[in-house]
Design a protein around this ligand. Structure first.
Ligand code: GLY
Length: 382
């Protein structure tokens, strides 16, 4: 760990160099993944036929602007703000297409509108973000005390809650802090308490999806979701949990959230292989050796936030694991060349999805964010 400062400085230079041309090349897109030529797609392309929730309303559409706001804070270059606002302005139209928006409005509007408002006080950004926060709060089930996941597309999800939402509720904490209205924070904390009591297993591993009876609030069952199977441990879900409970702790100071983040972190640290390469699920069979570099970066970000909140003698184990994961990405799973628009390689959406080892814009976001965390650059974005 002693030499990590030099290594971080080198990675930072590579990130700056790569994002300078990637941002210029893709400035009129909202990218998600790269194609076989290494070129980014565009989820805001009006000439393509999208479903209601995978075009402009696609849940990862905020991360491109999020990367640009990170670069803006680092370099002070206005061009990053200008490109980030292209996403934000297009995404304002999502509200007209109500059916495509769901629990993921936090992922969509924290790195776009909230970031813009926090960094530049843009009044229109505040309006967009408050609108999104009200939609998210409106998804709260007051009997079950959870925020409902997804909409009625094909499956009845009225009683579903998912671990990913621990990130989305950062939008509610922001809305209370900004408006002085405690309702948003109250909803966020009730949801976080429900997740703490129903998703986190005694060993610190985490369920992806829990179904509650939407009328009585009783827990019905859990699902494996994007992981290997029911009862297993989807690694990105572990990341959403450890980092997500840190978000709740940082906004509320409630010690149980710190303790919960630590419990999940202890499980993760015990599972991280010595080479730092993270599987899609900590409980998956050894073959096929599917990886998820995106889950890796989310876990690393959560471990770094946890380490910052602990006394030095207790934090080392978390920081060391985060650095091991990030070094594995930077040295073995990153593309800093001009052959591919994305940096982080070998991401997997879900264990049972037909495609593995693709790029995903949020892997780049969480990788870049974690490197900035190690340097102490920029404000907390969630
Ligand atoms: N929030 C969905 C995912 O992590 O893929």
């Amino acid at each position: 760990m002693e030499q990590y400062e030099t290594w971080v400085d080198e990675v930072l230079v590579k990130i700056r160099n790569k994002m300078e041309w990637v941002s210029e090349k893709n400035k009129n897109k909202i990218p998600y993944r790269t194609d076989k030529n290494g070129d980014y797609d565009d989820r805001s392309d009006p000439s393509r036929k999208w479903n209601v929730d995978d075009g402009l309303n696609w849940w990862t559409n905020g991360f491109w602007a999020g990367i640009l706001w990170l670069l803006y804070q680092d370099t002070g270059e206005e061009r990053y703000a200008r490109i980030a606002r292209i996403s934000e302005e297009r995404m304002e139209k999502c509200f007209q297409d109500y059916y495509g928006l769901h629990h993921d409005v936090g992922f969509m509007f924290m790195p776009t509108a909230v970031a813009d408002y926090r960094l530049t006080a843009n009044p229109n950004s505040r309006k967009i973000a408050m609108h999104a926060a009200n939609l998210l709060a409106g998804r709260f089930n007051p009997v079950g005390k959870f925020i409902r996941a997804w909409n009625d597309m094909k499956t009845d999800t009225r009683g579903w809650a998912i671990i990913d939402c621990m990130f989305n509720i950062s939008l509610l904490y922001w809305a209370s802090e900004e408006s002085g209205d405690p309702r948003f924070r109250q909803v966020a904390m009730m949801h976080a308490d429900t997740v703490k009591d129903n998703f986190i297993r005694p060993d610190g591993s985490v369920c992806h999806i829990v179904e509650f009876n939407p009328e009585t609030g009783e827990k019905v069952c859990s699902f494996g979701g994007q992981g290997y199977e029911e009862g297993s441990s989807w690694t990105r879900g572990q990341g959403w949990a450890v980092y997500g409970f840190m978000i709740s702790y940082l906004h509320t100071g409630k010690k149980e959230y710190l303790d919960t983040a630590r419990r999940v972190a202890d499980y993760c640290v015990a599972q991280v292989p010595s080479d730092g390469i993270i599987p899609v699920d900590f409980c998956q069979p050894p073959e096929p050796a599917y990886e998820d570099s995106c889950g890796a970066c989310v876990i690393a970000g959560g471990l770094l936030e946890l380490a910052k909140c602990l006394p030095e003698e207790e934090s080392g184990v978390y920081k060391e694991a985060a650095i091991r994961i990030l070094r594995a990405i930077a040295e073995r799973r990153a593309d800093f060349t001009t052959k591919c628009d994305a940096i982080v390689q070998n991401c997997s959406g879900a264990y049972h999805s037909p495609e593995h080892h693709t790029t995903m814009n949020y892997a780049d976001y969480y990788f870049i964010e974690a490197i900035y965390k190690l340097k102490g650059i920029g404000r907390f974005m969630w």
